[in-house]
Design a protein around this ligand. Structure first.
Ligand code: COA
Length: 263
């Protein structure tokens, strides 16, 4: 069904693996479209509680947009490429299930932009992050100049974007670019542990968390008002009834029986 990615459902987790290891999992246009399609497929599946995004092999998560593909693009083609890339990143960012990037090596350019469009990032110790577009006479085109500021702050974003230098995993952790750094052999395990924790919570509340946090960064939405609305709406959900009843009855909530994920 896909040419450049692998997908698999394991329990309540939907796995997307970029499968171009011989090209450092470089993101060509087909790969990006397939990632978008896979996320949309996961979003449409009520059994999926978490989406993992990773790269095949142990060398790269994704070493950027595929340079061989855009080397002779015109301005018009470059603009189209960026607009389409932005749509992919927004699909990930707005996914109703959390998307966790399991970052396993080089995460450069569009690869870094892909990772920071995800909600959470776990890096292997060998991961390297960077935005080397300035070496190619380019600016990042998949939202990197915007999301990097949100995640690491303006000054650090400026440095990453202007130097094009690769950042090692411990530094990435130090500046808040990733949530965890683990040995590569523990990368999937750590992701699954985090997903298990999230899977025990109300999926509707998780979805609202994603929407409220995204609202904070949306230029045209008042995040505080948005939160008031989402908070109010929570009271009409089965998840709220289940969560509060479980607390009062001194038991663990079971959100899976609460039709919690239907929208
Ligand atoms: N686009 C297209 N192909 C890429 C690529 C990219 N972004 N990154 C790596 N590749 C390809 C290489 O061309 C090479 O292909 P080949 O075997 O057919 O020659 C293959 O992946 C292996 O890469 P190689 O450079 O030989 O591996 P390395 O271990 O020496 O270096 C990197 C790894 C990631 C440091 C290096 O590949 C690199 O700098 N990539 C480009 C990073 C970049 O500028 N990204 C931003 C793009 S906007």
């Amino acid at each position: 069904m896909y040419n450049t990615i692998l997908t698999e459902i394991k329990g309540s987790n939907f796995w997307i693996t970029i499968n171009r290891a011989d090209k450092m999992n470089a993101l060509n246009i087909e790969t990006l479209q397939e990632i978008k399609q896979a996320v949309e497929t996961a979003n449409a599946n009520d059994q999926v509680l978490c989406i993992f995004l990773t790269g095949a092999g142990e060398k790269a998560f994704a070493a950027g947009a595929d340079i061989s593909e855009f080397a002779d693009f015109s301005e018009e083609e470059g603009t189209k490429m960026a607009a389409e890339g932005h749509a992919v990143m927004f699909t990930i960012e707005q996914s109703r299930q959390p998307v966790i990037a399991l970052v396993n090596g080089f995460t450069l350019g569009g690869g870094c932009e892909l990772a920071i469009a995800c909600h959470l990032r776990i890096a292997s110790e060998n991961a390297r992050f960077g935005q080397p577009e300035v070496n190619l006479g380019l600016v990042p085109g998949y939202g990197g100049t915007q999301r990097l500021c949100d995640i690491v702050g303006k000054g650090r974003a400026m440095e990453i974007l202007m130097t094009g230098d690769a950042i090692k995993a411990p530094r990435a952790y130090e500046i808040g670019l990733v949530n965890y750094v683990v040995p590569i052999e523990n990368l999937y395990e750590k992701g699954e542990e985090l997903a298990r924790t999230i899977a025990g919570k109300s999926p509707k509340a998780i979805r609202s968390v994603i929407e409220c946090v995204n609202a904070h960064y949306a230029k045209d939405i008042d995040g505080f008002n948005y939160e008031i609305t989402r908070f109010g709406k929570s009271f009409s959900t089965d998840d709220f009834k289940e969560g509060t009843q479980a607390f009062l009855q001194k038991r663990k909530p079971d959100f899976r029986n609460a039709e919690s994920f239907s929208s």
